[in-house]
Design a protein around this ligand. Sequence first.
Ligand code: NAD
Length: 300
Amino acid sequence: MSTAPPATRRAVLHGMAGTLTAGLAGAATANTQRPVQPAAERVDPNGRFAGQAVLITGGTSGIGKAAAYAFAREGAKVAFCGRRAELGQANQREVEAFGGEALYVRADVSDEAQVESFVQQATDAYGRLDVVFNNAGIDRPPSPIHETESAVFDELMDINFRGAFFTLKHAVAAMLAQDEPGGHIVSVASVGGHRGYPGVMAYSASKAAILSMTRTAASEYSAQNIRVNTVSPGPVDTPMLERAARDWGLEGLQDFAAGAANQRVAQPEEVVRAVMWLCSPEASYVCGADLLIDGGYVLK
Ligand code: NAD
């Protein structure tokens, strides 16, 4: 923010910073442990998703990029979208370099025609759709409700919620139309969709809407062998969180770590592993559920 916030905003946002840093009490330093196994160097031909077709929205950075690489390493054919073509093409080349199969498609999830075309291109390329990771999303600098611009509200809803709806809608249509109807869909919500954190009403409402949409989708499609679930991450070490730290005037990611019971932020792969589990036979009876992956963030 280029200008000093007015007193009312300072008061509200001070409350938010308090929420974020409350966990610091009694903790000398944030937990910097990163318990993520190094990824395999090559594709595992017998991986859990060998031969499966996976579609990912927002695969150019952060959690979506980690998911694209992880599914490809486990043998999946991965179609992913994002708006930044250079990044997308570079990621596709990196996946191909370790022996994986990937297809980058430039698509903006807030545009239904682009989402429909993306789903079509993925099914044309791979013949079917087994897994959809409905991940694309944005956040915006915090503001109390009475100072939230309607344009900011609309942008968050357009990308986070309408984008997730368009993806779900066209993915389900493709999954129902294939010879063997069925598949797995995981959408990304957030701890914000569960709690009333100050300053982030529009973002949180967009994520709460995804939770609601998922429950309805699970009711509608489970009998047709399509499992629909969500994950709700806490703070994850991605470009989005780095931007958020700057927007909120925090010193760094350790301020978010302080809000988690385990005193650290997640690595993207820790979210991805849970997503892969939800899309695996091991989660065969999990339907319409939300999995918090938050290091105990909402406990505090
Ligand atoms: P990120 O900014 O690193 O990645 C977001 C991805 O979405 C990027 O690939 C971006 O290009 C893409 N994207 C954004 N707008 C798009 C659009 N209109 N069309 C197509 N693609 C678009 O952020 P991230 O942290 O990896 O976020 C991924 C998801 O996780 C988001 O839905 C976010 O709300 C959610 N989430 C993140 C955190 C966190 O702490 N990082 C916490 C909870 C939930």
